[in-house]
Design a protein around this ligand. Sequence first.
Ligand SMILES: Nc1ncnc2c1ncn2[C@@H]1O[C@H](COP(=O)(O)OP(=O)(O)OP(=O)(O)O)[C@@H](O)[C@H]1O
Ligand SMILES: [Mg+2]
Length: 236
Amino acid sequence: MKDGDQQSAASGQPRIVIVTGSDTGVGKTVLTAALTRRLRARGVDAVALKPLCSGGRDDARALHAATGDALTLDEVNPWHFRAALAPVLAARRERLRILRPEVAARVRAVARRFELALVEGAGGLLSPLTEDGDNRNLLAALRPRAVLIVVPNRLGAVNQARLVLGSLAQVHRRRVAAVLVEQRRPDAASRTNAALLAEFAPGVPVIRLPWLVSGRITTRAAAALDALAAFVLADG
Ligand SMILES: Nc1ncnc2c1ncn2[C@@H]1O[C@H](COP(=O)(O)OP(=O)(O)OP(=O)(O)O)[C@@H](O)[C@H]1O
Ligand SMILES: [Mg+2]
C-alpha cells in the first residue's frame, strides 16, 4: 500500500478529483484520460471514473483504457444508457430512476481503494444528472480534494469559465483550476484568454492544454499535464 492509500484509508476519506466543464464536448474525457495516464506513468495509483454515461459508453471505454487493469469497465462506469440525453432523462427512457446517494456511494467505494480517483461528470456543471440533482450536487456530495473545470480556449472562454467558477463557489471554494483547451483553429482570444482569466479569477490556476493530434503528448502537453498532476496531488 502506498503512502496516499494509507492516508486515505486512515482518514476514511477517498481522494477524489472532479473533472467538470462549461459544456458537453469540451474535452473532459480527453483531459481525464491523459491526466490519469500521466499520473499512473509517474507511479501514482490513480483511476478514472465516469459514473453515468449516456448516448453510448465511449467515454467509459476511454477512461477504462487509461486506467489499465486496475478496474473493470463496470467499475469505471456502473450506469450507461442508450439515449444521447442528460442521464436523468436517458435513464427514465429505460425505466430507471437514478438517485445521487447511490451514485456517490459507488464512486466513494471505488475511490477508497486507490490513491486518487478522477471523476468525470456528464455535460456541464449544472447539467441535470440524477432524479435528485445535477453535476454540482454530486460534486458537493463527493467533497473532492480538487476540481478541474474544462473550457474551450476561444472567444467567450473567460465568461464561460467565470460562470462555472461562480456557480461552483456555492458548494466548493478551495482548490479549483481552470483548464483552457486549445482549439484546432485558435482565434484572437485564444492567445489572451489565459492571462485575462487569471486577472479576473484571482487565485485560480489557469492551465492551457494543447490540442492533442492523434492523442500524441507533445512536450507542451506533457508540461500542462505535469502542472495538473502537481495541482491535484498537492495537499491543501
Ligand atoms: N485537447 C484535445 N486534443 C484533441 N482532441 C480533443 C481535445 N479536447 C477535446 N478533443 C476532441 O473533442 C471532442 C470532445 O472531447 P471530449 O469527448 O473529451 O469532450 P467531453 O467534454 O468529455 O464531452 P462529453 O460531455 O460528451 O463527455 C472529441 O472528439 C475529442 O477527441
Ligand atoms: Mg466525456
